[in-house]
Design a protein around this ligand. Sequence first.
Ligand SMILES: [Mg+2]
Length: 207
Amino acid sequence: MAGKALFLDRDGVVNVDGGYVHRIEDFRLVPGILNLCRQAKEKGYLVLVATNQSGIGRGMFSEDDFERLTEYMRGVFRSSGAEIAGVFHCPSADDGHPDRKPNPGLFLKAAAAHGLDMKACVSVGDRERDIRAALAAGVGRNFLRKMFPPSPRPVWRRWRKWRQGCRPGIVAREKSLRFVPGVIPAAGRATCYRCGAKYFDIRRGAC
Ligand SMILES: [Mg+2]
């Protein structure tokens, strides 16, 4: 039977996006993310990370730097019972590269590597391009996390323009942390791109 996965963007979803994060000392987890991954894992989702890392292509840091930080990140998740089953990254800064989101290459590679039923998968991103990539790969449910405090780039406004009718919702209050990929915590907001739902119930597989 094909598996299902929770796809996470890295910067802005797994860790606080400080801009081209590549050093362990700059790596700060988004509150609630470990909990989210534990819950997803308990419900049979593989936790996968799909991340653009154009800082490599731009010469700002190396593949080794990325791998070192990835090892550290996976260690933290593993020791918290929230194991990350795979990390897929695109080092290119070329928007035409098939793996660079909003292109779906990373998701397709993950699907092939893990035998996924993409319709049953869920993604969480913090940029429109994360969602576009997931949609292009056929991921069934996709959530956009709003940056808080508001990003200097008006991501949310552009998003709303693009998806008229979606309403933002608080995705993470302590009480609501169960089974909600949106659980990205108190400081986060997210909404389902399709129906505007604030929450996704992993048990029911529905918003
Ligand atoms: Mg991001």
